[in-house]
Ligand binder design. Structure first.
Ligand code: ADP
Length: 304
C-alpha cells in the first residue's frame, strides 16, 4: 500500500518536473516571440519615420517646383518686357532720325539713346546666352593663369561710358604687382561688367563707384579680393541672400517699380566665381550703398 503511494508520488513529481520544463520552454518561446515583435515594432517605427521623412521631402520638392515654375513664368514675362522696351525705343528714335528736319543736337541725343539701349539689350542677351550655356552644360570653362589687372581694365573700358554718362564717378584701385589667378578672362570680365552695371543702375547722379583689387593671405592661403562698391540705394538685409538666386529682383514697390534687369546677372556671377573655387558675397546698408566682393585663388607666378 505504502509502496503504491510512493510510486504514485514519484510519478507525480516527474509529471510536475516535465510540466515545469515544458512551461520553461514555452516561456522561452514566448520571450523570443516577444523579442521578435519588439524588433518588428522598432523596424516598423523606423520605416514609418522614413516614409514620413520622404513624404515631407516630396512636399518640399513640390513646393520648390511650384516656386520654380512661378519664377520662370515671371522671368519670361520680365525678359519679354526687357527685350521689348529698348527695342521699342530704338525703333521710335530711328524713325524720328529718318525724318529730315532734325537739328544736329537732337540727332546726337537720339543716337546716344539708341546706342545706350543697344548696349543694355546686348548685355541682357549675353546674360541669357551664358545662363542657357551653363544650364545645358555647353559652356567651356577655361583654366588659365590670367592677370586681374587686364580683366579689370577690359571690364572698365567696356562700361566706363555708361557710368560717366550717368554722372557717377568711377575710381579704380588695383594693388601693385598682384600675383596671377586661375580662371577664364572673358568670364571674369563678364562678372565685373555685371557688378559695375548693377552699381551704375542703382546709383544716382553724383554718386561714386569704386573697384578695388588686392591680395589677402588667410591661413597660408593667398587669394585675390576684388570689390565693387557704390554709394547707391543699398539692399535690405533680408534681400541680401536672395539676390544671388536666379531671376530674383528686389521690388520695393510692386506696383510702381519697373524692373531694371532680368535678375540673372548675380546668379551668373556666382556660378562663374564658384566654378573657379572662389566666393562672392554682398555687404550693404540701405540708403548708404553696396559692396560686392569676390575672391579667386592665386596661381604660382607674378604678373609682369
Ligand atoms: P538684374 O539684372 O535685375 O540687375 P541681378 O541678378 O544682377 O539682376 O541683381 C538682382 C537684384 O539685386 C537686382 O534686381 C537689384 O534689386 C539687386 N542689386 C544688385 N546689385 C545691386 C546694387 N549694386 N545696389 C542695389 N541693389 C542691387
Amino acid at each position: 500500500m505504502e509502496s503504491d503511494w510512493n510510486l504514485e508520488r514519484i510519478c507525480l513529481i516527474e509529471e510536475l518536473e516535465k510540466t515545469k520544463r515544458d512551461l520553461d520552454k514555452a516561456n522561452k518561446e514566448v520571450e523570443s516571440v516577444y523579442e521578435e515583435l519588439e524588433k518588428t515594432t522598432r523596424i516598423l517605427r523606423t520605416s514609418h519615420r522614413e516614409v514620413e521623412d520622404e513624404r515631407h521631402k516630396t512636399e518640399e520638392l513640390n513646393k520648390e517646383l511650384e516656386k520654380a515654375s512661378r519664377i520662370k513664368s515671371d522671368f519670361l514675362h520680365t525678359v519679354s518686357h526687357e527685350l521689348k522696351t529698348p527695342l521699342t525705343s530704338i525703333k521710335a528714335f530711328t524713325e524720328v532720325l529718318l525724318e529730315d528736319d532734325i537739328d544736329a543736337a537732337a540727332r546726337t541725343e537720339f543716337l546716344e539713346i539708341i546706342s545706350k539701349e543697344s548696349d543694355r539689350l546686348g548685355r541682357l542677351i549675353n546674360n541669357l546666352l551664358t545662363l542657357s550655356r551653363i544650364e545645358s552644360v555647353q559652356i567651356y570653362w577655361r583654366m588659365e593663369m590670367i592677370s586681374i589687372n587686364k580683366v579689370i581694365k577690359s571690364a572698365v573700358d567696356n562700361i566706363k561710358l555708361v557710368i560717366e554718362k550717368k554722372g557717377v564717378e568711377l575710381k579704380v584701385k588695383v594693388a601693385d604687382n598682384l600675383p596671377q589667378i586661375w580662371g577664364d578672362e572673358d568670364k571674369l570680365i563678364e562678372v565685373l561688367i555685371n557688378l559695375m552695371d548693377n552699381a551704375s543702375k542703382f546709383t544716382d547722379t553724383g554718386g561714386k563707384i569704386e573697384v578695388v583689387a588686392d591680395e589677402k593671405k588667410i591661413n597660408d592661403q593667398s587669394d585675390i579680393w576684388v570689390s565693387v562698391s557704390d554709394t547707391g540705394t543699398g539692399i535690405n538685409p533680408q534681400e541680401q541672400e536672395k539676390i544671388f538666386d536666379r531671376f530674383y529682383q528686389v521690388k520695393t514697390n510692386i506696383f510702381t517699380d519697373k524692373p531694371k534687369g532680368s535678375g540673372l546677372g548675380l546668379s551668373i556671377c556666382k556660378e562663374i566665381i564658384n566654378h573657379y573655387g572662389g566666393k562672392i558675397w554682398v555687404e550693404s546698408k540701405p540708403g548708404e550703398g553696396t559692396t560686392f566682393i569676390f575672391t579667386l585663388q592665386v596661381s604660382s607666378g607674378r604678373q609682369e
